[in-house]
Design a protein around this ligand. Sequence first.
Ligand code: HEM
Length: 137
Amino acid sequence: MLPNITTRADVENLVNTFYNKIHDDTTIGPIFNDVANVDWDTHLPKMYDFWEGILFGTGNYRGRPMPPHFKLNETHPFRPEYFDAWLALFYDTVDELFEGEKAAEAKMRAMNIAAVMAHRIGQINAGTNTSLLHRNE
Ligand code: HEM
């Protein structure tokens, strides 16, 4: 039986395992490695804080998750398969390491945020974005 997600160390394990998969993925890895040229030493701690905040309401994430993706989309338009790859790897990682209520919640939250992001980026790329509808992000 796998453990539930209960501690910051669990969150770090989840995030590290997930981004190792992202790094090596042929669909989405190049976006992180080559297009965005992600500094992993900065990105990973930020993501520990982000997920700790999502799951436990603690942690130090004070950023805005959406803008970096909109910016990246300007130079390198997101494709639907990026979201499919991202979510599949996230689900695989959670299922490989954890089970229980928080594990289910992590997948649900990832799915919801990815859906909002995909929707907004889809609107932007279709030319139907309006600042009124999106000003909160
Ligand atoms: C198509 C899928 C996605 C791609 C290609 C992608 C890519 C990226 C990249 C390149 C960055 C910037 C890293 C840097 O600092 O250099 C980033 C930041 C981030 N991503 Fe994503 N992402 C995706 C989906 C998601 C989803 C679904 C979530 C949330 C569940 C998410 C949460 C974040 C957060 C919180 C940050 C940090 C924002 C900040 O700077 O405060 N991403 N992402």
